[in-house]
Write a protein that binds this ligand. Structure first.
Ligand SMILES: [Zn+2]
Length: 137
């Protein structure tokens, strides 16, 4: 099957830069984990799943709508993508990972990205006794 998303898409790079800036080190697209998650931080058993709004069917998002033409094909395809996402998430949870999902449209909006990062950092700070803060760009 054709790849459903290209690696190193721009929103993902924005996110990775922010994590790196704030002192987090991660691995990309680990092949030995279900769904080859975009970002994994093994030290804290954390996964960050960056989802493209179109391919992963982001609900209530302008980028997440199903194309009008050939709609049956798209409905099936996007439904399959979503169910695969769900299964991967379950598998990762069963392996003891905490999974954070971030949508591309959220990364593109600076304020929303900051909120999402804060949720992640609050989790890490609480569960791993860290003091991670968002640094200015
Ligand atoms: Zn979206």
């Amino acid at each position: 099957m054709a790849k459903i998303k290209s690696k190193d898409t721009k929103p993902e790079i924005i996110l990775r830069k922010a994590l790196f800036r704030d002192g987090l080190r991660y691995r990309k697209h680990r092949k030995d984990l279900p769904g080859k998650p975009d970002i994994s931080i093994e030290k804290y058993r954390v996964i960050i799943d960056v989802r493209g709004c179109f391919w992963h069917g982001h609900e209530n998002c302008p980028d997440g709508h199903t194309p009008k033409s050939n709609s049956e094909f798209w409905i099936n395809k996007l439904r399959n993508n979503k169910s695969r996402d769900k299964k991967n998430l379950e598998k990762l949870s069963n392996l003891g990972y905490k999974v954070f999902v971030i949508w591309e449209c959220e990364i593109k909006r600076k304020g929303v990205l900051q909120e999402k990062l804060q949720v992640l950092y609050d989790y890490l700070n609480t569960h791993h006794n860290l003091g991670i803060e968002q640094k200015p760009n």
